[in-house]
Design a protein around this ligand. Structure first.
Ligand code: NAD
Length: 403
């Protein structure tokens, strides 16, 4: 742990030199990062295959492609973002001029999770570099192959006095959190989010917490059912449901439930076939695999329910006859299980969602604009879509996060 102390001191000294504040320096480093990602594309894809059995297509689209898009967008806009902003002054101050100046925090700590282990580590790095900070990254120990490639790329690109990668498990995260940072960016579970906030509070360190939760998918009686089914299955089964904004459960109007189940079944078979598809992403580890098996014990399996313990794969599974008291409705599922519950009146939907706390995302399927407006006015959630899933996180023009 002496090593951690040493590079923290080095970063402090480097930041104070002021080099990282220059816009030209930041743009140059972002261009090098892009080059690094492109040079190691093959290795990143291989690592994601080993860690999560991600297919090349999925890994490129949701990890490498998103990172490259983020870098390009940032390089294009950085000068404008960093410029001092002229603001109005009160009449009585005449002839004063007022400006907002943007400055980097200093030393930033990034702790990232295993589910999109490349993208969720590098995207915050892009922001931190763009803003002129020195950065320490702790990738997830649960995706060890990707963590190794990340370390290799960044160690080749940057000195530790600027960007350092620390590998290791929970004890390493804890050691890092004992140090004083100027900003902490954490992505992961709500449980650990509490610990990160507690550690940051000791030094009044500002933080970003990107946490998880249960994101509902509502299908009302005026939805286009076939389209809803297709888009729910598409969004749910990315990374085998191990996505923070994946539809977690379905609330469907009683009158269209059977039709929705039939259509979802059709799309599951069309996209992945029956049983277990060898290209379907796996569950990250045995602990999570067992946890998901436990969640399948309640309710009735309508579709799927197959698993392969050796390969840690679970087939897409739809479950009904679930009550809100069961474990599957109490915790974030984070796997390819999709419970489906019915409702008759809108108030039932509103009450259930309100009781669970503000979700990260809500997906609402309806062709009725009045119903859509009602959902927007009455539900509080971080982001979401009308008649689609997940798309809100793949645009740089919308913010991301909870409420
Ligand atoms: P996790 O909290 O277990 O781990 C994330 C990081 O925290 C890792 O680097 C890990 O080493 C560290 N960590 C773990 N336990 C720790 C402890 N006791 N003290 C200090 N550090 C600790 O999260 P995870 O399981 O890797 O990720 C899954 C969760 O992340 C899900 O809840 C998911 O919804 C959420 N998530 C959120 C977003 C988002 O952007 N909102 C994106 C992806 C995942």
């Amino acid at each position: 742990m002496k090593k951690i102390e040493t590079f923290i001191q080095k970063q402090k000294a480097y930041f104070q030199k002021g080099e990282t504040k220059k816009i030209s320096f930041r743009i140059h480093q972002l261009k090098r990062l892009k080059e690094g990602v492109l040079n190691y594309e093959e290795e990143i894809l291989e690592a994601l295959k080993k860690d999560l059995n991600k297919s090349e297509f999925e890994a490129y689209m949701t990890e490498i492609g998103m990172v490259l898009q983020e870098i390009n967008y940032t390089i294009k806009n950085l000068k404008a973002w960093a410029k001092p902003e002229k603001v109005k002054s009160p009449m009585v101050h005449f002839p004063v001029q007022s400006f907002l100046y943007k400055e980097p925090y200093g030393q930033v700590l990034i702790l990232s999770p295993w589910n999109y282990p490349f993208q969720l580590c590098i995207s915050p790095l892009v922001g931190a570099i763009a803003a002129g900070n020195c950065v320490t990254i702790k990738p997830s120990e649960l995706a060890p192959n990707t963590s190794k490639v990340i370390a290799k790329i960044l160690n080749n690109l940057y000195p530790v006095s600027y960007v350092a990668v620390v590998q290791g498990g929970v004890e390493v995260s804890q050691k890092l959190l004992e140090k004083k940072w100027d900003y902490i960016f954490y992505t992961g579970s709500t449980r650990v989010g509490h610990l990160v906030m507690e550690a940051a509070a000791k030094n009044l360190t500002p933080i970003t917490l990107e946490l998880g939760g249960k994101s509902p998918c509502i299908v009302d009686e005026e939805a286009c059912i076939d389209l809803a089914a297709k888009r729910i299955i598409w969004g749910k089964l990315f990374n085998a449901g191990q996505t923070c904004v994946a539809p977690d459960y379905i609330l469907v109007h009683q009158s269209v439930k059977d039709q929705l189940v039939e259509s979802m079944k059709k799309y599951i078979f069309q996209f992945y076939g029956e049983g277990i598809n060898i290209n379907f992403p796996r569950i990250i580890n045995e602990g999570h695999f067992k946890r998901l098996q436990g969640l399948m014990k309640n309710g009735r399996v309508l579709v799927g329910g197959h698993y392969d313990e050796d390969k840690l794969q679970i087939s897409p599974t739809i479950i009904d006859q679930i009550s809100i008291e069961e474990p599957i409705m109490k915790e974030e599922i984070f796997g390819p299980l999709l419970p489906i519950m019915t409702y008759e009146q809108w108030d039932e939907v509103k009450d259930l969602i309100e009781n669970k706390g503000k979700p990260l995302a809500v997906y609402y399927f309806s062709e009725n604009e009045e119903n859509q407006r009602r959902a927007l006015q009455q539900l509080s959630f971080g982001g979401g879509c009308m008649n689609d899933t997940i798309l809100q996180v793949s645009t740089p023009y919308l913010p991301f996060g909870g409420v």
